[in-house]
Design a protein around this ligand. Structure first.
Ligand SMILES: *[C@@H]1O[C@H](CO)[C@@H](O)[C@H](O)[C@H]1NC(C)=O
Length: 277
């Protein structure tokens, strides 16, 4: 046997071994497969961003027990404005890429943003979301690994992902827009969903997407082109219809509940502030 044919045989068996290895793992670990350059499941570049915001008044109603990671448990310091859920790269057809690279979340990379993130991007639950690479992790780790890693070529690293998201959140203050239009947190009022949508459209010149839970606003999503100019969240007839009729959508009149778990604390500190003034 000559040397060239021996080495090509060796190469062939190596390739075959790799193919067998890849097929054996792809069912169990999609992310590993995704990570291989040119792999079958390599995800294409996203089309637009959704900034997903959560309404603590609705989320915190679910708090059964407290823990240090749940901002609903901060008493009078619990968040009373929309907080960040995540910045999500999306496709126009209603699907989205997920877990695009094997970049594990490293809290040290965003330590300088920690105070801002605790305030504006807190977890509103005690459960640990699953990370992309098996196991469970922090809320921030989940958002970075699942969504953040798919935001290239706009956002390339973890620090950039969190800073960019904070900046967009500061620039487009949904709580302020709704308050100014008369949609203030209340446990008795119900507001027309069309009015809430119009208020956002008038302020940002783009349609949001709103998710409700038991008739209460749970999440509000603002959408952006890759240069962060606002755009409509729903494009194409399928998604528009789906938005109006799908199970997770909102009734005609919705509530924007006040924080229930810390109501007493809040009232007291509010009264104290008024007295001090
Ligand atoms: C958004 O507006 C509300 C109400 O005016 C205000 O309390 C809050 O601090 C603002 N949020 C940010 C991130 O600027």
């Amino acid at each position: 046997m000559s040397l060239p044919s021996f080495s090509s045989l060796l190469l062939l068996s190596l390739v075959m071994a790799m193919v067998a290895f890849v097929s054996s793992i792809q069912d169990f670990d999609l992310d590993l497969d995704l990570d291989l350059e040119g792999g079958r499941h390599k995800q294409r570049e996203f089309d637009y961003f959704a900034l997903a915001l959560q309404w603590p008044g609705t989320f915190c109603q679910r708090t059964q027990h407290c823990c240090s990671s749940n901002a609903c448990c901060r008493g009078s310091n619990a968040p009373t404005t929309f907080t960040i859920h995540g910045l999500w790269p999306d496709y126009n057809d209603g699907t989205w890429p997920a877990c695009c690279t094997k970049s594990n979340f490293d809290p040290k990379e965003i330590s300088t943003l920690n105070d801002a993130l605790e305030q504006y991007w807190p977890s509103l639950s005690c459960s640990k979301p699953s990370s992309c690479h098996g196991g469970k992790g922090s809320f921030w780790g989940h958002e970075w690994e699942k969504h953040g890693t798919c935001s290239s070529p706009v956002v390339w690293n973890e620090y950039d992902y969190f800073l960019t998201t904070l900046n967009v959140y500061f620039k487009y203050n949904v709580t302020k827009v709704l308050n100014e239009a008369g949609y203030v947190p209340s446990n008795s009022e119900k507001y027309p969903i069309g009015g809430i949508i119009s208020a956002i459209e008038n302020a940002f010149h783009a349609s949001p997407q709103i998710v409700c839970s038991k008739g209460a606003v749970e999440e509000l999503r603002l959408c952006f082109y890759k240069d962060f100019k606002p755009r409509d969240c729903a494009v194409g007839p399928d998604i528009k219809i789906d938005m109006v009729t799908s199970k997770g959508s909102c009734p005609q009149y919705v509530s924007l509940p006040e924080l229930a778990s810390s109501g007493r604390d809040e009232l007291q500190s509010w009264v104290a502030d008024e007295v001090a003034l």
